[in-house]
Write a protein that binds this ligand. Structure first.
Ligand code: UDP
Length: 354
């Protein structure tokens, strides 16, 4: 069986690391990796390949720095060329980026079977580029690997029971990664204070909206006056803040460069709580038993909110600060529920493709 994996962005590298390890250990399965180039800098791409031992991509498309249309269009064209040459049994796509939809669409038009990992997630906010990518990718996938019961239910509500595809709940490969890499965590090469809040901000809905971005950083500065805030700064957020003339010199926030996954795991193990707009980090906070405040108006990971592990704060200054104060005081939460599977989603996925 030959599988072509299409990846291009940071969260996909982590998911692909899990699946590639399973494929390497499964006789009779060959993987060909296409890196679209969506993320290309050393600390947004190379570091993951090195420290997580992801096999070197056979194809590097180097498509980046473009608008949605040009980026997705160029990916579609190049991925099609690769698929015509490789003729795989499956194309495997992850999550909700432009690389995901481009990979799925190129494959489907060539009648190559598409498998979508992290299928069925919905924010119900169609203004998000990620939501558009998810919905369209799901619709043309032949097998939909859902991380949660909620995701399966979302698909059921959209009529997937009567579509010609297979929907399966398999757990979350990010849970597999957290279990596999917990003992391999590495302290970042920066001065990290104790009892800090771990923070990330990168979602377009926040970075592309000046008022939301300003409010979030007003709130974070206020939180940083009470407890240390460590923030690995995404390049997109950095350039937006620089454009707004952000006073990095006099900031109370401890900005660091984006870190590799093993350093992220160290930060998760050692932080007091998480403040984020990332999809992946909301779950990782839970995997590492840390409360999470999410700076978005909705989340795809509703089970975390329903069970009290995660609270939505939007870009509301007072709400972010109040929730942070609450997290500093430390509510005791029971993290023993297994909401995202047993850590064997990767094995289940490859077994089902076979
Ligand atoms: N991540 C990382 N280093 C960082 C920031 C994030 O390794 O400096 C990891 C994070 O732990 C998570 C993944 O990247 O596993 C999430 O990616 P991101 O927040 O970029 O995307 P999203 O999950 O929102 O799609």
């Amino acid at each position: 069986m030959k599988v072509v994996t299409v990846i291009g962005a940071r969260p996909q590298f982590i998911k692909a690391a899990v699946i590639s390890r399973v494929i390497t250990n499964t006789p009779g399965v060959e993987e060909v990796i296409i890196h679209t180039g969506q993320h290309f800098d050393t600390n947004m791409s190379d570091v993951f390949f090195e420290e997580m031992s992801i096999p070197k991509p056979q194809y590097n498309l180097n498509i980046n720095g473009l608008g949605h249309g040009a980026m997705t269009g160029q990916m579609l064209e190049k991925i099609e060329e690769v698929l015509l040459k490789e003729r795989p049994d499956w194309v495997l796509v992850y999550g909700d980026t432009n690389s995901t939809i481009a990979g799925a669409l190129a494959a489907k038009k060539l009648h190559v079977k598409v498998a979508h990992v992290e299928a069925g997630l919905r924010s119900f906010n169609i203004a998000m580029p990620e939501e558009v990518n998810r919905i369209l990718t799901d619709r043309i996938s032949d097998i939909l690997f859902c991380p949660t019961a909620t995701a399966v239910n979302n698909l059921k509500n959209e009529g997937y029971n009567s579509f010609d595809c297979r929907v399966m709940e398999v757990g979350d490969v990010m849970q597999d990664a957290a279990i596999f890499y917990v003992n391999k965590a590495i302290k970042p090469n920066s001065d990290i204070p104790t009892d800090f809040a771990l923070c990330t901000v990168h979602r377009a809905e926040n970075t592309d909206d000046e008022i939301r971005l300003r409010n979030i950083f007003i709130a974070l500065e206020e939180v940083a006056e009470i407890t240390p805030v460590v923030l690995p700064l995404h390049p997109r957020t950095k350039s937006k803040l620089m454009f707004l003339g952000y006073d990095f010199q006099n900031s109370s926030i401890r900005f660091i460069n984006p870190v590799g996954y093993l350093e992220m795991v160290w930060l998760l193990i050692n932080c007091k709580f998480v403040l984020t707009d990332s999809g992946g980090l909301q779950k990782e906070a839970y995997f590492f038993s840390k409360p999470c405040i999410t700076m978005r108006d909705e989340t795809e990971w509703v089970e975390l909110v329903e069970n009290g592990f995660n609270t939505l704060a939007g870009a509301d200054i007072r709400r972010i600060v109040e929730l942070a104060k609450k997290a500093i005081d430390g509510d005791s939460l029971d993290f023993s529920l297994r909401l995202y599977g047993k850590g064997n989603a990767g094995e289940i996925i490859i077994e089902n493709l076979r």
